[in-house]
Design a protein around this ligand. Sequence first.
Ligand code: NAP
Ligand code: FE
Length: 364
Amino acid sequence: MKFTFYNPVKIFFEDNCVRNHKTIFRNSGSKAMIVTGKSSAIKCGAQEDVEMVLNDLDIPYLIFNKIENNPSMESVEEASKIAKKEGVDYIIGIGGGSPIDAAKAIAVLAANEIVTQDLFLNQFDKALPVIAIPTTAGTGSETTPYSVLLSKEKETKLSFGNELTFPKYALLDAKYTYSLNLEFTISTAVDAFTHVFEGYLANRSTSLSEQFSLEGIRKFGECIPEMLRGNFSSEIREKLLYVSTLGGMVIAMTGVTIAHGMGYCYTYFKGIPHGRANGLLMAPYIQYNYPVSKEKIDRSMKLMNYKNVDTFLNDLKILVGTAPKLTVEEIGKYTELTLMQKGSITNTPNPLDRKKIYRLWERC
Ligand code: NAP
Ligand code: FE
């Protein structure tokens, strides 16, 4: 047995955790920046809770609410300039993975004299503390050090993260996910599943990460029949949030594999949300890795109460739909862009090269 484990995020998973743990906000600094998207933080009630606590504690704060789905380098740059100018000393990310990832990037840019492109070198030695409050049950960004940003120059998504970019606190309250529509609920849930599942198959999986994966896969399996019925009760929402945060802990240990590496092309060029993009790739991904990961894949299917891979993929197809048709040119272009995702490639159990990635895209 051999593993390294480091996850310094203090997680609170409970009803009303924002209002119940005011001291977190007092201990994090003296001036906050709330980083969020257009409207979800308000719609779900999380922003109101946070503002109430900050006002109660007399902590001054600014709100930056321009984070896009799949955050751009430009918006984190703009927010970090404001944070620096205003003397903000901690960041509160409220939203799905996009605002939480953006919060991490802003926390680094505001604490260092570097330009946005330098983030991806992972060479910085400071970051402001981040409090992460997820409003989707999907990315698990609240328990990972990763921040994924859209690069217009490279026509793909690039990520960075090191020991400094884990949030300091994660406040998880499933009621903040109630207002998420059906499409994003399913897409984000599938993202959470791919984290626990890809992490399970990953070359970098460890005996410890596997335990988190197996728990997440089992819980996700309990949610599938309800998701197919369109039943998103508070109990299911809570379970999905649990899978999501477990998924974050898994990929913080293992990293993701080629389904994520390929999925970025669907998101960048076809506008397909991140989780759905990964879900659309599951059939070729499982087929490709089955010869070397048969035991783990079969065990996952059993844990989710499926007789075999095909019955699982049929249900997944009902949830995520069918993949868009690709032209020969698109397949070529996506192959070249996927080759940039080196970490995902080397982490995939069945070895990959240009030709094999091309074939995978053909199968899509
Ligand atoms: P998202 O892009 O953060 O949000 C998707 C949409 O859902 C947005 O329109 C958002 O509204 C809305 N929304 C969020 N919460 C809501 C709520 N409670 N009620 C109503 N609407 C709500 O989606 P996401 O899937 O959570 O995050 C995706 C991003 O995370 C991608 O960029 C992906 O690459 C990244 N990611 C990061 C990690 C990691 O480890 N850091 C892992 C996987 C994925 P607003 O416009 O108001 O925000
Ligand atoms: Fe993901």
